[in-house]
Design a protein around this ligand. Structure first.
Ligand code: FAD
Length: 321
């Protein structure tokens, strides 16, 4: 048997989340085959030997130039019908999870997302992340092939020794119009402040206490006054309020600013791992018992929706005078 891994090309290389998916797949102890769809697939395939891939399959169809979840799922199911893998593993990206959800629906199989460990067997035993990182679930996954994705940034990507370049095969999936009904039609670049989180002298960071993606507007305003970067906790990225690139912590960016302002962040060890290099930490939290206070140099106890705009207003006044 083999394990089929969906690999996302990233400008001719392989993206980091796919390398993590390959590391998770290696835990199953079977030969790995990779599926690459979209631009840059053929270029990226060559480097997969170092990650344990023995054969890479590059989907060949000009209609796969733009991401289309149904079409990617068709590539997976077409290939799986030939290879009969014991498991199909996808990266813990939006695309990886979306494609495997389509595959599960088409094949009538369950799908376990956000896995951190897998153990071969029937059923397969796995550990996966639930509830925004606050719970690790031990589960058994029935069904063949087993469908799983890796938890983003919780499985270390690695290489294997002495691996040869994989055999690269091209194949033409049998796409029909319905597979392409939903597809990306346009890319819009994200607007950023241009201040790198890792390098910023001041970081204004938000956690679950911020309440929503929109709630970050007051943090953005404060950050603008301080020429700061905006960061966040893992709960925030898991909820989709901010991108993973903004996450501070063990599985995010490690920051070492002069000042780290933690707004509505409880101070879990995994978060502190990313900001303990700060010279000073200011915590703004409504809970006087929050663990972050043990790491903080200064604290303001109260509602951040009142405190953060008040600080911004004072800074504006000071600048105007
Ligand atoms: C393997 C692993 C890796 C992880 N990696 C990371 C990581 O890299 N980074 C990370 O951040 N987490 C990481 N986590 C998750 C971490 O354990 C915590 O779950 C997470 O940091 C909690 O985020 P939070 O502080 O935003 O939320 P919570 O713990 O829910 O805290 C919310 C805080 O907001 C306060 N609050 C609520 N409302 C208000 C208000 N109106 N005003 C002021 N304060 C308010 C509350 O009092 C509370 O203290 C990881 C977990 C695991 C298992």
């Amino acid at each position: 048997m083999t394990v089929l891994v969906l690999v996302e090309p990233d400008g001719g290389a392989v993206d980091e989340l796919s390398l993590q998916a390959l590391a998770l797949a290696r835990e199953l102890g079977e030969p790995l085959e990779a599926l690459l769809v979209g631009p840059g697939g053929a270029e990226a395939a060559g480097g997969l030997g170092a990650h344990g891939v023995v054969r890479a399959h590059v989907a060949d169809d000009e209609r796969l130039g733009a991401y289309a979840p149904g079409a990617w799922a068709r590539c997976v199911t077409d290939l799986a019908a030939t290879l009969e893998p014991s498991a199909i593993v996808a990266p813990g990206s939006n695309r990886g999870n979306e494609v495997l959800a389509h595959v599960g629906a088409r094949l009538g199989l369950p799908f376990a997302a956000n896995c951190t460990h897998v153990q071969p067997g029937a059923p397969l035993e796995l550990t996966r992340v639930r509830w925004g990182g606050s719970l690790l679930e031990e589960a058994r996954l029935h069904g063949s092939p087993a469908l799983l994705s890796s938890a983003p940034h919780m499985v270390a990507a690695g290489t294997v020794n002495g691996a040869d370049a994989p055999q690269v095969d091209r194949f033409a999936p049998a796409l029909d119009d319905a597979d392409l009904a939903v597809r990306v039609s346009e890319h819009v670049e994200a607007v950023t402040s241009g201040i790198s989180l890792a390098e910023a002298k001041v970081v204004v960071s938000g956690g679950r206490g911020v309440g929503s993606a929109e709630g970050f507007a007051i943090l953005e305003e404060l950050a603008e006054q301080l020429n700061a970067a905006v960061g966040c906790s893992r709960v925030v990225t898991s909820a989709g309020w901010r991108p993973h690139t903004d996450q501070v912590g063990q599985t995010g960016t490690k920051v070492s600013p002069d000042l780290y302002i933690a707004c509505g962040i409880s101070g879990a060890t995994q978060h502190i791992a990313g900001c303990k290099g700060a010279k000073k930490i200011l915590a703004i939290n409504s809970d006087a018992e929050a663990p972050i206070l043990m790491s903080a140099d200064y604290a303001v106890i109260g509602d951040l929706t009142e405190i953060v705009p008040a600080i911004t207003a004072e800074l504006r006044k000071a600048q105007a005078s």
